[in-house]
Structures are given as structure tokens and as C-alpha cells.
Design a protein around this ligand. Structure first.
Ligand code: ADP
Ligand code: ZN
Ligand code: ZN
Length: 754
């Protein structure tokens, strides 16, 4: 590209630096430089070299050219970002609110080239949190060498062994001892890194119970045929496949990808959770062999880099991974599939808080590709768009292998209490578990603990304390008050149930470990596996537990929501849902939707291969519409009832909502700023009279983190772009006050349709 000057985003996370800086392109770089090239430039008073990304090349100098500094050098060409990824980052910054550098870093997953030489490396196996806890343990035991290693590995999850033994003076013995304790792994990085290579030798690849490629049913054939003929006619509309659990959606994905690959294109398959990788890769590997790969956070940097290279060189056709796999640089991307599209993990929790669905649609449009969303319980957003005709809706109504949907029993726990049963298990569930053990069939017990946030409910009548303005449950605070995290409404905590006068009104506590103990006591012969945050500390533990259960090494699997998503265990005929209510009273407007989804998905694990399945839902609130419709597996009725409430309260997708998080080291200054921002928006929008609705400020649900005080504002408008306008206005306002040094520690973050 020709041009004398380059506009560059500097790799420093600070609002003041978050704009392009102009540099002269020295003559020797003129021919090689492109938009997206990673360069080193002198920056700041000391002229230290900093990394940056070229986002524009131009002949127009913005200042007197003699005042401009020159680019020092360019990184190797093959590590540069492509032009369209820069555009994607700019789109993300605009849509979701973030700094440009944060957006760039999100879309450029593997920008670092890792040399392919053989070397020994130490790789952290624990999650960061667990590693920190372990580090504290070592410190307490005065194991200083171990502590040093852990400290380094927490900062950098992979470190060459020579650095640890050299610079840090740690002995090989220490490293080996840590390896024995399961904290790290010492590996030899080979020249060719393929994370699915091991599949070739896996017994499971030949195991029939994982399903081989099937002759498609008429329903499945229709969906594939229709989608592909639209594609061949040049139509790129997003498709939503609403297929009940076990209706063979995965089989449809496989067929679509086969067709896309035949047309010389590549595909990205998003899954909601790393725990699903093994099972998914297994099924895809059977169809596509080593043309499939994975991309996720369990890969080493080198492995990630290699997968990007293989994708660019078209050595692979399909990549499987969580939302970040969207940024795999395929040159001829044809299709993006988002499985279990309703899952909340598709929304990023860090800036930019992008949603994989919208981002996938954006990426697809840049490539002439299209997006297929699939779910048994579509998000209200997607189903709403399908109904409006923005997406094309397909339905799969038959179970492929399992015949009928399971029989569902709803057990009213208030009645159990009246009948004198205080056990975790209702009498019905207890009886059915016993029956399964005798019959040699498997059971899943699901403890619904999602997003549990200290709501207060009555054990005798099921009454839950709710905000009178927002229809979400109030959370109990340490000061004894009940607080609404949308509008800030507060009321004193209660001793007696306002509805029935019972004194059994309190918070809810139950854990998977406790369930496991009760099982051992009441069914001593049962073989039990437990899957939760504790038992999945290391990277491979998901796989071990899941394949152990699939291979019949246990009778009962106990777990949190990580066990209900998309798994296909053919021998499971009973599912017990132990606390259906926990997710119902999360202080979030999506609580009803999440509960319906979780219960439907959990119920869908039962009876998937011919043997009839049964499901027991234990609840204090059996009349709640989420529970009623989940029990009858009736998505349509649920959708209509839930949309009715969203309409009334202007929650998404009936309207759009932007959450503004104001954080400050000062309790007063933070609240003050939140109030000022609220007034500013109220004032501006009153003039525009466009139906903008501002709620709050209120303390965030986690009101203080590391001595930073956090406040929330919620702003609603039917039009997304109006919220973007408000975001832009606030960014400018905050930017100016920062320039005048009126704001120091304060930060403002945006979250669209939270
Ligand atoms: P979903 O993803 O919709 O929950 P899956 O794709 O996992 O459903 O399919 C459920 C079960 O049905 C799997 O065991 C799968 O092998 C089987 N299956 C899917 N399609 C067919 C088919 N056309 N013929 C026979 N069995 C099928
Ligand atoms: Zn009561
Ligand atoms: Zn409220």
C-alpha cells in the first residue's frame, strides 16, 4: 500500500492513549507495510519503543511532517492482523463500548509467533484461582521454591524449564514434585502442534455409543436441503434451528459443514463450554478426521498459533471452540454454527462485552458467509427475530434415537415438608433412584446453582421477597437490608413470611458435596461421580469424569449446570433436578428464561436412546410458568408468556437496555458521578423525547471489589443505535473530564443487553 504516513493504535490500555497516533513510514518500509501490520514505534517523552497496530495508511499529514516520529521497525509479516480484523475491532468498539486496543486484542487471538523448536516447558494445570490458593498453601508451609514457581506460572501460564531452573534457581526436583501434585505438567513442545492428534488413537473414536454418521431423517434432510439451496442461491440469512433435545441438531451441523467444505469453504463451530469440547470433537473427528481442530484456552500459546497458521493455509476445514474461536483466521470462511445459542457464555464478561451471535453475523457478512444458530430452547432474542423474519426458522420436532420425550414429575417441596420429609430427596425421586440402581440404568442429579445471589424465600409457602418496581428478587446484604440491584430499592429484612407468617423464611444453602454424602448414606452400593468447580480443577478432569460416566463407570452423576449442556449419555433414564427454584430468583430479568432453559435442557438428558426416560423436578414454586412449561417441554407457551412480561417492563428483546457501570475508589465520588451521568442522560433525552428510560443509580450486585465502589445505571430504548449514541456521548463527556483531571480513579463501562 502506498502512503507516507501511518495512523497507529498504541498497545497501552489507557483512555488517553486510545486514539490513533500518526507516524512517518520510513522509505525501507513503504512497500511492506499494510493496515494491520504490527510495528514498533517510539512513544511518549522517553521515546521508549512500544508495540502498535497500523489502522490506516495515508498521504495526508495531520501535523507538520517534521514533527512526526518514524516507525522503528515492522514485525514479521505473517503475524499481522488482516485488514478486516481491524474493521471488526472498530465495529466492536462502536457497538459495545471499549478501548480500541482492547477490541484489537480480542479479535487477534494469536499474534505472537512461537518458535517451533523442541524445548521443555512447564505448563500450569490449575485454574488461576486454584493456583493462587495453592500458592498461599505453599507459602504457609514455607515451601518458598514452589511458591516462586507458582507465582511465575500465575503470571504466565507457560514457562520454559530452563528459565525456572536458571533465573529462578528452582531445582528439577521441585518442578517434578509440583507435577506429582497435579499443579503443573512438564512437556516437550514438538515442532508440529495438533491438539486433536491424540484422537486418532482413542478407543472412543471407534466406540459406537458416541454415534457415527447417520442417514438423515426426513426432517433433518429438509432443513439441510433448504439451507443449502438458499446458500447456493446467494442468500446469507441467519438460520435458527429450534430442535427439541435429541432431535439430531449435531447431525444437521455435520451435514451442512460437509456441504460447505465441498464448496471449498471453512466452518467455525462454537460450543458454549469447554467441557463440551471432547464430546463434540469426537463426533466431528469421525466425519472430518484431522481436518478438524480446536481453539480454546486450554491450548498453549504455541498450539494456538499453529491452529491459526493451519487455518490460514487451509490445512483444516473446521474449528471448534468457545466464543473466541470466532476469530480464527480462515481465508474462505463459509459458515459459523453456534450450538446451544441461548447460553450466557456467548456474551463476553470483559470489555468489549460482545455477544458471539451479533459478532458472528458481522464476521459472516465480511466473508460472504452465513450463521446457523441451534438450540432446544432458543434465546428470546433469537426466537423473537425469527418470528419477525430477520432469521429463518427451522423446527426439528422428533427425537432421532430416543423416541419420546421423557415423562416429567413436578414435586412440591412444601408438601414434602408438610408430610415430614426433610431430606434433599423427595420420596418420588428417592424411589426412582433405587429403581434405576436395580435396573442397572444411569441417573443424573442436577443441582441448579446458577448465579445464586442470596435471595430470601419461605420454605413453608414458597413466597420470595421481590422488588415492587422491577419484578426481580431482592438480595440480602450484610447490613441486613434487602436490596434491588436494578433500581436501588431497599427494605428491611424480614423475620416472618409476609405471606403466610412462617418463620422458615431464609436464604438457600445446598451443595453437590452434601448430595454426594446423602447418596453414599442412603444408597451405599451406588457408584457416584461428582462434577463441579471442585472436581474439575485440572484441565483434563472434565473429560475424565464425562467419559468415565459415558463408559458406565458410575451409576449416578451429581453436578451443577456444567453437566446439563448438550451431553449425550445414552444410558441415562432418570434425571433429578434438586433445586429448580435457585435460578428462578436470581436478581436478573432473565431469571425465568434461564430457569426454563436449564430445566428443559436437564430434562432432555433423560431417555435419549430408546429406553423411556423420567424426570423429577423438585420445587417450592410448582405453579411458576417457567417450571410449568419446562415440565411440559412447551417452548412456545413459555416464549409467549415470557415475552408478555418483557413487553410490560421494557426488558430485551422488547426493548434494548444498556447497563452503565461506574466504578470509583471513593464511595461518595462514585455515587456522585453516577448521579451526574444519570441526570445528563435524562436531560439530553428529555429534549429528544425518544422514549429513553433511565433507571438508577443503584449499587452493583457486587457493590465493592478490591475497595473500588461500583454503581449501576440502566438505560432503556427501543432502538439499539440510540443507546450507542448515548454511550458515545458519555464517552466524550468522561474523556473531557479526564482531560481536565476532574476524574482520576473513576471508570465507566458499558454492557449492552446484559
Ligand atoms: P441434539 O444435538 O439435537 O440434542 P444429537 O445430534 O445429539 O441431538 O442426536 C441425538 C441422538 O440421536 C444421537 O445419539 C445421535 O447419534 C442420534 N441421531 C441423530 N440423527 C440421527 C438419525 N438421522 N438417525 C439415527 N440416529 C440419529
Ligand atoms: Zn410463607
Ligand atoms: Zn427495583
Amino acid at each position: 500500500m502506498e502512503g507516507k504516513y501511518a495512523n497507529i493504535i498504541i498497545d497501552i490500555s489507557h483512555e488517553k492513549v486510545d486514539r490513533p497516533f500518526q507516524y512517518v513510514i520510513p522509505p525501507e518500509l513503504r512497500s511492506g507495510l499494510e493496515v494491520g501490520t504490527c510495528v514498533a514505534v517510539p512513544f511518549g517523552a522517553g521515546n521508549h519503543l512500544r508495540k502498535g497496530y497500523v489502522i490506516e495508511i495515508t498521504d495526508r499529514a495531520e501535523f507538520a511532517p517534521e514533527k512526526l516520529k518514524s516507525i522503528a521497525y515492522a514485525e514479521e509479516k505473517d503475524v499481522t492482523a488482516q485488514d478486516n480484523y481491524i474493521r471488526l475491532a472498530a465495529w466492536m468498539k462502536e457497538q459495545y463500548g471499549s478501548t480500541m486496543i482492547a477490541a484489537l486484542k480480542t479479535v487477534l487471538p494469536a499474534k505472537q509467533k512461537i518458535k517451533k523448536v523442541e524445548k521443555k516447558v512447564c505448563e500450569l494445570l490449575l485454574t488461576k484461582e486454584n493456583a493462587k490458593a495453592f500458592l498461599e498453601e505453599c507459602r504457609a508451609k514455607k515451601q518458598v521454591a514452589k511458591a516462586r514457581v507458582l507465582d511465575e506460572l500465575i503470571k504466565e501460564s507457560e514457562i520454559p524449564v530452563p528459565i525456572l531452573t536458571g533465573k529462578l534457581h528452582v531445582s528439577m526436583k521441585t518442578l517434578e514434585s509440583l507435577e506429582k501434585q497435579g499443579a503443573l505438567r512438564i512437556t516437550i513442545e514438538s515442532s508440529y502442534r495438533n491438539p486433536v492428534e491424540f484422537m486418532a488413537n482413542k478407543e472412543d473414536v471407534r466406540n459406537e455409543s458416541y454415534g457415527t454418521k447417520k442417514e438423515l431423517s426426513e426432517e433433518q434432510r429438509f432443513v439441510c436441503g433448504d439451507i443449502m439451496s438458499s446458500y447456493d442461491a446467494g442468500i446469507r440469512t441467519t438460520c435458527l434451528i429450534h430442535g427439541i433435545t435429541g432431535s439430531g441438531k449435531t447431525e444437521v451441523y455435520l451435514k451442512l459443514i460437509e456441504e460447505i467444505v465441498r464448496r471449498g469453504k471453512q466452518a467455525i463451530v462454537l460450543i458454549p463450554e469447554i467441557a463440551l469440547t471432547y464430546q463434540t470433537v469426537l463426533r466431528f473427528y469421525k466425519c472430518f478426521g484431522s481436518r478438524v481442530s480446536v481453539m480454546n484456552s486450554t491450548l498453549s500459546k504455541g498450539e494456538k498459533y499453529d491452529q491459526c497458521e493451519r487455518a490460514k493455509k487451509k490445512e483444516i476445514d473446521v474449528i471448534i471452540g468457545p466464543r473466541s474461536a470466532l476469530f480464527t483466521p480462515f481465508p474462505d470462511l463459509g459458515l459459523i454454527i453456534i450450538d446451544e445459542e441461548h447460553e450466557s457464555t456467548y456474551k463476553s464478561e470483559v470489555m468489549p462485552k460482545y455477544h458471539a451471535r451479533e459478532t458472528a453475523i458481522k464476521i459472516a457478512s465480511m466473508h460472504g458467509a452465513f450463521v446457523v444458530l441451534g438450540s432446544a430452547t432458543p434465546s428470546l432474542e433469537s426466537y423473537n427475530r425469527a418470528k419477525k423474519g430477520e432469521y429463518k426458522l427451522y423446527e426439528l420436532k422428533k427425537r432421532q434415537a430416543g423416541g419420546e420425550l421423557p415423562t416429567v414429575y413436578t414435586v412440591d417441596l412444601r408438601e414434602e415438608l408438610k408430610g415430614g420429609n426433610r431430606s434433599i430427596f423427595s420420596r418420588r425421586l428417592h424411589g426412582l433412584i433405587g429403581g434405576r440402581l436395580e435396573a442397572g440404568e444411569q441417573t443424573i442429579l442436577f443441582l441448579n446453582r446458577r448465579g445464586y445471589a442470596g435471595f430470601i424465600s419461605c420454605r413453608a409457602c414458597g413466597h420470595v421477597m421481590k422488588c415492587p418496581h422491577c419484578d426481580v428478587s431482592l438480595s440480602e446484604h450484610r447490613n441486613g437490608k434487602l436490596v434491588c440491584h436494578y433500581c436501588g430499592h431497599e427494605e428491611p429484612s424480614v423475620k416472618l413470611c409476609p405471606s403466610c407468617g412462617s418463620k422458615y423464611i431464609l436464604g438457600f444453602r445446598a451443595g453437590t458435596q452434601q448430595i454426594e454424602e446423602v447418596l453414599h448414606r442412603e444408597f451405599p452400593a451406588a457408584r457416584v461421580l461428582r462434577m463441579d468447580a471442585d472436581t474439575t480443577r485440572t484441565k483434563d478432569s472434565y473429560e475424565e469424569i464425562l467419559s468415565g460416566f459415558a463408559n458406565g463407570e458410575a451409576d449416578i452423576l451429581v453436578g451443577t449446570q456444567m453437566i446439563v449442556k448438550g451431553h449425550d449419555f445414552p444410558d441415562v433414564t432418570l434425571v433429578g433436578i434438586l433445586a429448580a427454584d435457585l435460578s428462578l430468583h436470581v436478581n436478573d430479568y432473565r431469571a425465568g428464561e434461564r430457569t426454563f432453559q436449564l430445566l428443559t435442557q436437564a430434562a432432555g438428558r433423560a431417555g435419549r436412546s430408546g429406553k423411556p426416560g423420567e424426570v423429577v423436578i423438585q420445587t417450592y414454586d410448582p405453579e411458576h410458568y417457567s417450571i410449568v412449561h419446562a415440565a411440559s417441554q412447551d417452548y412456545q407457551s413459555f416464549y409467549e408468556e415470557e415475552m408478555f412480561y418483557r413487553d410490560i417492563l421494557h426488558y430485551p428483546p422488547a426493548s434494548h437496555m444498556m447497563a452503565v457501570l461506574i466504578a470509583s475508589s471513593g464511595e461518595e465520588t462514585g455515587l456522585e458521578l453516577a448521579k451526574v451521568i444519570g441526570e445528563l442522560v435524562r436531560e439530553k433525552r428529555k429534549a429528544a423525547d425518544d422514549g429513553t428510560n433511565v433507571i438508577g443509580p443503584a449499587p452493583a450486585s457486587v457493590g465493592r471489589v478490591n475497595d473500588i465502589y461500583r454503581y449501576m445505571l440502566y438505560i432503556k430504548n427501543a432502538e439499539y443505535y440510540k443507546l450507542v449514541e448515548i454511550k458515545n456521548m458519555l464517552e466524550t463527556y468522561i474523556g473531557e473530564r479526564k482531560k481536565r483531571e476532574e476524574l482520576k480513579t473513576e471508570t465507566v463501562q458499558f454492557d449492552f443487553d446484559p
